[in-house]
Design a protein around this ligand. Structure first.
Ligand code: ATP
Ligand code: MG
Length: 428
């Protein structure tokens, strides 16, 4: 006797996007591609799986991601340590170096796709989620920093999103961070009593990250800590001012947030986040900044770079909230039929209609006209095409307008098959 198969569910924190929702994803992706093309960004696709050392080096050992969020495993065939990408920048930079993309010019590139982090699943926080990752490689800024931020403002506008605010900071350069770091460690040493476990562990290894805590008990301490911004030299300040001026030019408002340090180790100068209160506690929709040291850190010829990543689930949720949208129809035309001859004719008619750009579902199998019409209706099709024995004989189709046909169109009409594509197309 065979045993009943135990149903297999999806992994916790990894979501299915069901067909209606999948359609929204596709709409979003189409908007995003068009938006990015408008600024000259080109698609760069890298693998989901990389050597673990790319991320430990590229993201930094003392980060949430590397310390506790990576899906890392040993390749059973050869013992390599591999990791599902927890973010895309490291892979994009690896590919850029590996294929020498910066040898004669800078590059504007982007990718969209899944990333993986072993976090506690909750609203806006998943274990497989998706990012739009945009990188301007080989540009020193501040014009490009500002362009990226302005671009994002345009995307929100285009999607009808309000209530997304910009937070901005500068992390300066390595020497400035070193001076600040020394002051910060002294400060943290004198506040050991309020540090949690992560804080104590990172106090010496990554003190800046101690301030990026989400622990409410540490907020007051973090707020009063020495600010990196106060340690910036003239050049770093000039870069920051250059970004601010250009944001002013574009009419983009921002708030200087000296506590904004970002979770990844490789940032310098400009860092920013776009945040909203509309989608619950996980309100950061986009984070980015400059990372001039990363390309060299990963073995490339030194080159400046700046980029950002948008969390697509959060963006989609915000978009849903921004307005009611009608469900996408599954097709323009639904063909119903009766009898084998009509069914075979329906398949041919379907192709002729697709030739003129219509989306067509030919009813599969058989069934009463009534049942088929019900399907036609739920498909969202604008038009039902009816093929029965009479239509086969007379080489015509009955056309029934299911919705939004306009005043001129009759509820039902008889159309010669040869004219059908043009008639239905023009009613588009
Ligand atoms: P957070 O502080 O929320 O953990 P992060 O600093 O780890 O964010 P980034 O590494 O900057 O996030 O990733 C860029 C964007 O990806 C975030 O701004 C957010 O919109 C989204 N994101 C990050 N982690 C998740 C997740 N686990 N689930 C869904 N979206 C996420
Ligand atoms: Mg995180």
């Amino acid at each position: 006797m065979t045993q009943a198969f135990q149903k297999v569910s999806a992994l916790r924190g990894m979501n299915d996007a069901l067909p209606g929702v999948g359609a929204r994803w596709e709409q979003l992706e189409a908007i995003v591609r068009d938006w990015l093309a408008g600024y000259g960004y080109r698609n760069l696709r890298t693998p989901v799986l990389e050597y673990t050392r790319l991320f430990t080096r590229g993201i930094g050992e003392v980060t949430d991601i590397v310390e506790k969020e990576m899906y890392t495993f040993t390749d059973a065939l050869n013992g390599d340590s591999l990791t599902l990408r927890p973010e895309m920048t490291a892979g994009m930079v690896r590919a850029t170096i590996e294929h020498n993309l910066l040898y004669d010019r800078p590059q504007r590139v982007y990718a969209m796709g899944p990333v993986f982090r072993h976090e506690r699943p909750q609203r806006g926080r998943y274990r497989q989620f998706h990012q739009i990752d945009v990188e301007a490689l080989g540009f020193a800024g501040p014009d490009v920093d500002a362009e990226l931020i302005v671009m994002l403002g345009r995307l929100w506008q285009r999607m009808g999103l309000t209530d997304v605010r910009l937070e901005l900071n500068s992390l300066g350069q390595a020497e400035e961070r070193a001076a600040h770091r020394a002051a910060l460690i002294t400060y943290l040493e004198s506040h050991k009593d309020v540090l949690d476990e992560d804080g104590l562990r990172r106090m010496y290894s990554n003190p800046l990250r101690v301030l990026d805590t989400k622990n409410p008990a540490m907020q007051a301490m973090a707020d009063a800590a020495p600010r990196l911004f106060d340690f910036l030299g003239d050049e770093s300040r000039a870069h920051f001012d250059g970004v601010c001026k250009r944001l002013d030019d574009a009419g983009i408002g921002y708030r200087l947030n000296p506590r904004l340090v970002r979770g990844l180790d490789y940032y310098n100068l400009t860092v920013f986040e776009w945040v909203t209160d509309r989608i619950g506690a996980q309100g950061t929709v986009c984070g980015g900044g400059r990372y001039d040291g990363l390309i060299a850190l990963l073995g490339g010829k030194p080159n400046p770079a700046v980029g950002f990543a948008i969390g697509m689930e959060r963006l989609l949720e915000l978009w849903e909230q921004a307005g009611e949208r009608e469900a996408e129809p599954e097709c323009d035309v639904y063909i119903v039929h009766q009898g084998e001859d009509a069914q075979r004719l329906a398949a041919k008619v379907g192709e002729r209609l697709r030739d003129v750009g219509l989306a067509v579902i030919v009813h599969a199998g058989s069934g009463s006209f009534k049942a088929q019409f019900k399907r036609a209706d739920t498909s969202g099709a604008r038009v039902a095409v009816i093929l029965g024995a009479d239509e086969v004989a007379s080489e015509t189709a009955s056309v029934k307008y299911l919705r939004g046909a306009g005043d001129a169109a009759p509820a039902q009409q008889q159309v010669p098959l040869a004219a059908l594509p043009e008639v239905l197309k023009s009613k588009g």
